[in-house]
Design a protein around this ligand. Structure first.
Ligand SMILES: Cc1cc2nc3c(=O)[nH]c(=O)nc-3n(C[C@H](O)[C@H](O)[C@H](O)COP(=O)(O)OP(=O)(O)OC[C@H]3O[C@@H](n4cnc5c(N)ncnc54)[C@H](O)[C@@H]3O)c2cc1C
Length: 304
């Protein structure tokens, strides 16, 4: 059956939480994700230490727990990449890369966010050859080697601490001399012997023929350039919303996040947004999960 009351797109914490609430409300719905592995960004998180009740749980374990909860409730998961969504006569039609069409009266957009790129020479050419956006996925390749992490937020610090246990040395490169990361993470990293801090510095290019060999750095205060020999670079400079499907249907802010408050209602009737994709103060697992619940509550009200 290709017709639902509700379609949830994304099986990160927002989509999985929405699925739990939708199942308990006995809605006719399905959850779509292009990946068969649940959890979205949580899958690439080494350790989650701020989700209530399960301190220190690994990202994959938390994802599996959420998915198992959904499976217990009989949630219908469909592994397909959604490539288009239209709305006509109060009905959404969702099209997948296999050219399948599914319809629903309400949709919850929970496609989350993806990594921001440095947009410097060498980044694309050497992606997967020493350029990575996921320390927990690729860190093991840099055992006893030299690597750099770029960024100044929580993820950059978490990555640097994780990599310091594998790599010989980790350079943490940040364009300013202050950090956005939680003070506890900053002091934890500062206590690690093989993490070296390079501040007020940006990466101008990533160099290497087949694999990353070095970085060209530029000091933003002095303009001085330098060469840093590394075997790998982990880019942790933030996230951008995955709004490509919904940008044409609903209003977005200047950064591309879909405008919605806690009720998760967008400017498009029947379209609700949950998780990292919506305008909000804090993009975390706990807020994504809360959105999933609120989005379903709004969808139920909408469906009448
Ligand atoms: C390295 C890292 C560490 C983090 N650490 C923490 C932490 O310790 N604590 C914390 O609270 N938060 C942490 N976060 C943030 C947290 O993971 C996110 O806030 C949360 O995952 C957002 O959930 P979401 O459901 O909105 O989206 P996501 O987790 O981004 O999931 C979106 C899902 O949508 C799917 N999707 C996207 N487009 C399509 C499409 N066209 N068709 C089908 N499926 C699609 C994706 O495959 C993905 O599964 C971390 C993030 C990262 C990257």
């Amino acid at each position: 059956m290709n017709s639902f009351d509700l379609i949830i797109i994304g099986s990160g914490p927002a989509g999985l939480s929405a699925a739990i609430y939708a199942a308990r409300a006995e809605l006719n719905f399905a959850v779509f994700d292009r990946s068969a592995v649940p959890g979205g960004q949580v899958q690439s998180t080494y350790e989650v230490d701020n989700y209530p009740g399960i301190p220190g749980v690994s990202g994959p374990e938390l994802s599996e727990k959420m998915r198992a909860h959904c499976d217990k409730l009989g949630v219908n998961f469909i592994t397909e990449d959604i490539v288009n969504i239209t709305r006509e006569n109060d009905l959404f039609t969702v099209t997948t890369s296999d050219n399948n069409n599914y319809t629903a009266r309400a949709v919850i957009a929970a496609t989350g966010a993806s990594h921001r790129k440095l947009e410097c020479p060498g980044e694309e050419e050497l992606a997967g050859m020493g350029v990575s956006y996921c320390a927990t996925c690729d860190g093991a390749f840099f055992r006893k080697r030299k690597c750099a992490v770029v960024g100044g937020g929580d993820v950059a610090f978490e990555d640097a601490i994780y990599l310091s246990k594998l790599a010989r040395v980790v350079y943490l490169i940040h364009r300013r001399d202050g950090y956005r990361a939680a003070p506890t993470l900053v002091s934890q990293a500062k206590a690690v012997e093989n993490i070296e801090f390079i501040t007020d510095t940006v990466v101008k290019s990533i160099n290497g023929s087949d694999m990353v060999e070095s970085l060209t750095l530029s000091n933003v205060k002095t303009g001085e350039t330098s060469n840093l020999e590394v075997d790998g670079i982990f880019i942790a400079t933030g996230i951008i919303p995955v709004n490509v499907l919904f940008g044409k249907l609903a209003d977005c802010d200047e950064s591309g996040y879909i405008k919605a408050d806690e009720n998760c209602e967008t400017s498009c009737p029947g379209l609700f947004v949950a998780g990292d994709l919506r305008t909000k103060q804090l993009r975390q697992i706990v807020t994504a999960a809360a959105d999933g619940a609120n989005a379903v509550t709004s969808a139920i009200r909408f469906l009448g």
